[in-house]
Write a protein that binds this ligand. Structure first.
Ligand code: ZN
Length: 88
């Protein structure tokens, strides 16, 4: 079973390279990247792209109903229930 971060990151449309970097990079030494505060942290590579490009990529891969960077608590709760069910 994937970790919750992997699962929800995929659901939210975050690129795989960024999801992996998010889990392996040390957040204490990581520089502040684009879209800070949205919940999405680009990897060093993606941080070179424009904010418009990043948002377009995320929204085209996104399974969430609400467009980036929105992710209402109710939808998060539903996704978490689905996540738990795949482990059954
Ligand atoms: Zn990336």
């Amino acid at each position: 079973m994937n970790s919750w971060w992997e699962y929800v990151g995929d659901y939210l449309g975050y690129p795989k390279c960024c999801r992996e970097a998010f889990q392996t990079e040390d957040y204490r030494t990581r520089p502040v990247r684009k879209l800070d505060g949205t919940g999405y942290v680009p990897c060093a590579e993606c941080d070179r792209k424009s904010v418009d490009d990043l948002i377009a990529t995320i929204n085209s891969n996104r399974k969430a109903v609400a467009p980036f960077p929105e992710f209402p608590d109710e939808e998060c709760d539903l996704v978490y229930e689905q996540y738990l069910k795949q482990g059954e």
